[in-house]
Design a protein around this ligand. Structure first.
Ligand code: ZN
Length: 209
């Protein structure tokens, strides 16, 4: 739901200078179709929200989450649990990246790993904090590998494992992430999942309350 800006181009490689001002979904579709005209690309030029997420993700086998803010990540998590769709998660911050796979009710979910979002001043966006331009490509490529593995049922997906990459010392590390039995979304005694607009704490906030 955005247009291409020249400041995006060092990290958002689907776009180029000729496309500045074009809708991002149209630019992305053009690039992908130019690489492979057999692709069927469906675009959604809209802000992902509580009112449309269940319709948008319906019928897909995998969700690849490259979002850059906490409310959307919690929204994707809760909707994916409801629809039982695995999420390939990637995030970046300056020189570091993190990748994991959330397989609903098999491994941990995003709320198991990060029960509450950090305060806003500790979680600036890419535009605010800056990010090394090649980093999203590295993290995105690893997400693509995990997506192909899930679809083809190959190898060991990053379920219950958080892979981190540090570009400054060129190191990868893996951390175990466990399901939280008291998780408010996927725990044993969790209440039914409500998809509503999310408040500052990323909890569902029923409209009108
Ligand atoms: Zn959970």
């Amino acid at each position: 739901m955005d247009v291409v800006d020249s400041s995006n181009l060092q990290r958002q490689i689907l776009h180029n200078l000729d496309r500045v001002g074009m809708r991002k979904v149209d630019s992305a579709r053009l690039t992908l179709e130019a690489m492979n005209p057999d692709l069927k690309v469906l675009t959604y030029d809209t802000r992902l929200g509580a009112d449309n997420i269940l319709d948008i993700i319906d019928g897909y086998d995998v969700i690849v989450d490259g979002t850059d803010n906490f409310p959307t990540r919690y929204l994707v998590n809760d909707a994916a649990l409801l629809k039982n769709i695995p999420v390939v998660h990637g995030s970046i911050f300056r020189f570091e990246g993190q990748i994991t796979v959330f397989n609903p009710y098999v491994g941990p979910c995003y709320r198991c790993m990060i029960p509450e979002p950090p305060p806003a001043e500790l979680a600036p966006s890419c535009a605010e904090a800056g990010v090394l331009g090649v980093l999203p490509g590295i993290v995105g490529s690893i997400q693509a590998i995990e997506t192909i593995k899930l679809i083809l049922e190959l190898g060991d997906p990053l379920v219950g494992r958080l892979l981190t990459y540090d570009a400054l010392d060129q190191s990868f590390r893996t951390f175990k992430v466990r399901r939280d039995p008291t998780c408010p979304a996927c725990g044993e005694d969790a209440p039914p999942i409500v998809i509503a607009e999310y408040d500052d704490l990323c909890m569902p906030h029923p409209v009108g309350v």
